[in-house]
Every structure is written in C-alpha cells, then in structure tokens.
Ligand binder design. Structure first.
Ligand SMILES: [Zn+2]
Length: 108
C-alpha cells in the first residue's frame, strides 16, 4: 500500500482492523495448530484501499447471484468462461472483476 492509497483506506472488513486472523495451520505430518496469522485480506495492514473494498462488495454480490441460482462453483466458472481459481479470486474480492461478471450482478 502506498501513501496515496492510505489516504483513501478503510478498515479491513475481514479482520475489522485487528490485522490478524485466527487460522488452522496445516503442518503436514506434524501436529496441526490454530494460530493468529496476518489477515490475508489486508496482509496485516488493518486497512484496505477503497478500491479493494469495492471488489469485496462486488464479490459478495456475485456470490449471492451464484447461490440464488443453486449452481456449483465449477459450473458457474464454465458458464463465465473462466478458470475456477480465477472466479474464486473475484468472489473473494481479491481482484477487479471483468465487465462480463459485473454485468451479471448489475442486472439484479
Ligand atoms: Zn484484515
């Protein structure tokens, strides 16, 4: 995050400004543990840019759209013509979604 982005930053909705989240750590053959790890949404910065907040909100609307139609993530990805991993990023608000997805949620 650079200085310009901090000017327009908002509290991370995922960790609510804690900067970390309690997560299950898979250590393979060693005992698994629960630990506080840096929040993956804000990377521990506690803040995210307004732009990213917009992505998250759009992602939630896209998830609602998908859930209402009761189709699997895989089928939805096929329908949208993208890889599952790519679609998951948009659903999680990790990336700016392309126009064809935005049109779906704006039709609602
Ligand atoms: Zn966070």
């Amino acid at each position: 995050m650079n200085e310009n982005e901090i000017d327009t930053a908002v509290l991370c909705p995922r960790c609510k400004g804690a900067g970390e989240s309690f997560a299950h750590i898979n250590r393979g053959s060693k005992p698994h543990t629960w630990e506080n790890i840096p929040c993956f949404c804000c990377n521990g910065f506690k803040l995210i840019s307004k732009e990213k907040l917009g992505w998250i909100q759009e992602g939630k609307r896209l998830k609602k759209y998908k859930d209402e139609r009761e189709i699997t993530l895989r089928d939805f990805a096929l329908e949208c013509g993208m890889r599952l991993g790519e679609l998951s990023e948009y659903l999680a608000g990790e990336a700016k979604m392309p126009d064809n997805l935005r049109e779906l949620i704006n039709k609602e």
